[in-house]
Write a protein that binds this ligand. Sequence first.
Ligand code: HEC
Length: 147
Amino acid sequence: MKYILCYISFAFILSCNSNSNTNAQQKDISEKKVYDMYEASEMAILMNEFYAINENIKNDILAGNMPEEFPSDFLKIHTAELSDFKKRTAKFDAFSKLYIDAEQEVFNTESVFPVKERFNNAVGVCISCHQTECTGPIPRIKKLLIK
Ligand code: HEC
């Protein structure tokens, strides 16, 4: 398990770096981070929390329970600090808003759409943002989708 986690973080760093316009100094910082076995940013810690919360929501749905209370921690996506080598862009903010809207729909008890569809839609926004921001965790995120 430890090995898998390290591998994921490592793959993720590589993919995030290849997307950003790193200058020599930034490269130094991130290389050091890889060497130090990666010090997680506030956003990275939050993302792992998002993963765990969504895993619970998925299990609830599969058990036939309706998700009831919107986890307010999701809103921290608007303020959590990113890794040194990442910037909060307009695109990131737009995807953050889309994500919160989609996640709020999961908890909308008056929705006419099946909860499974609404949940998969929210996970789809995780994936869409990752396609523009950082592709490393995508295979793991896809495991959240309800088949
Ligand atoms: C608005 C864009 C965006 C959305 C939406 C988003 N992510 Fe992320 N995610 C990121 C960025 C950017 C990082 C890198 C954070 C950093 O380096 O500070 C990241 C990092 C991660 C990581 C790696 C954390 C680590 O340990 O390094 C995981 C896992 C992850 N996200 C899962 C998810 C899941 C699951 C969702 C949906 C529930 C989600 N993300 C939604 C942008 C997003």
